[in-house]
Design a protein around this ligand. Structure first.
Ligand SMILES: Nc1ncnc2c1ncn2[C@@H]1O[C@H](COP(=O)(O)OP(=O)(O)OP(=O)(O)O)[C@@H](O)[C@H]1O
Ligand SMILES: [Mg+2]
Length: 271
């Protein structure tokens, strides 16, 4: 295990970021997918990740979900190392129990809405709060109904996923993730498997989260217009690193790096 103390979180004079990647490396065999990645996300910030296929965008989210171990560096969430835990005054690799607890801080929605098929929309939302957070069924139901209302799905709360459209399933998936009250929400191309006419249903829910809730969000998207509209910051990934980042108007309006320019003009042509 690599030395965590080499990557302290504190930078004097700045507030602690909600998410912090410090020199994070992830490799599969000889393929380096994340290359000493540094990325800080402030509490309440909405950051979009764009970039070519294979540049490591999904990997960033997978590492935050602790789905796999990183090979170097440290990830902090809300000031705590994610993959490590304190023991006898030092940091040691996290136990499964510690990881399960820390995972509750992070909610994720993927391209494919992996809802539990044998449960209704409401039961899907209640499952985590009851099983993982230990809420009573009554508390979990109240919380879930409120969120299903927020995503416009309360009228279909007793339907099973197979009876819902893609856009509807995705909205339930967002409510389900939010029911865990995560500190950070991750979205990975949540609209790319949807029919064009229902994309707006889902992007509107994300817009609402941005404008009405102070959630920290990290979103991978191929929808440049959407990223431009709602992000505080856009990061262009290339080869497992951030090639360029900045406020959307700057990155889209006046990209400085050649690779960013090439990517953005290729995407424009494809539309
Ligand atoms: N489990 C794995 N084993 C081996 N290689 C992997 C694994 N997961 C991802 N990779 C490789 O890591 C690289 C980055 O993958 P990642 O899924 O992060 O790309 P991405 O930027 O999300 O691309 P896309 O836009 O196509 O979704 C790719 O080259 C991919 O083949
Ligand atoms: Mg991906």
């Amino acid at each position: 295990m690599h030395d965590v103390s080499a990557f302290p979180l504190e930078i004097s004079g700045t507030p602690t970021p909600m998410v912090s990647f410090r020199k994070v490396t992830k490799s599969y065999g000889t393929l380096t997918v994340l290359d000493e990645l540094d990325l800080d996300i402030a509490a309440g910030e909405m950051v979009s990740i764009i970039g070519p296929s294979g540049s490591g965008k999904t990997t960033v989210l997978r590492m935050l979900m602790t789905l796999e171990q990183i090979n170097g560096g440290v990830i902090y969430v809300d000031g705590q190392p994610l993959t490590h835990m304190p023991k006898n005054g030092t940091l040691v690799p996290a136990s499964q129990k510690h990881l399960r607890k820390r995972r509750a801080d992070i909610g994720m929605c993927f391209q494919h809405f992996n809802l539990f098929p044998h449960m209704t929309a409401l039961e899907n939302c209640m499952e985590g709060p009851v099983q993982v957070l230990g809420l009573s069924k009554k508390e979990a139901r109240e919380r879930s109904e409120e969120l299903l209302e927020m995503v416009g799905m309360i009228g279909k709360k007793d339907q099973h996923p197979s009876r819902l459209s893609g856009g509807q399933q995705q909205r339930v998936a967002i409510a389900r993730a939010l029911a865990m009250r995560p500190k950070v929400m991750l979205f990975d191309e949540v609209t790319s498997a949807l029919d064009p006419e229902v994309i707006g249903e889902v992007t509107n829910v994300i817009r609402k989260l941005v404008s009405e809730h102070n959630l920290t969000m990290l979103m991978v998207t191929h929808q440049m217009g959407f990223a431009r509209d709602i992000s505080d910051r856009v990061c262009f990934f290339y080869g497992g690193k951030i090639e360029e980042q900045g406020p959307p108007a700057e990155l889209f309006g006046n990209p400085k790096k050649e690779r960013t320019q090439q990517f953005l003009s290729a995407v424009k042509e494809a539309v």
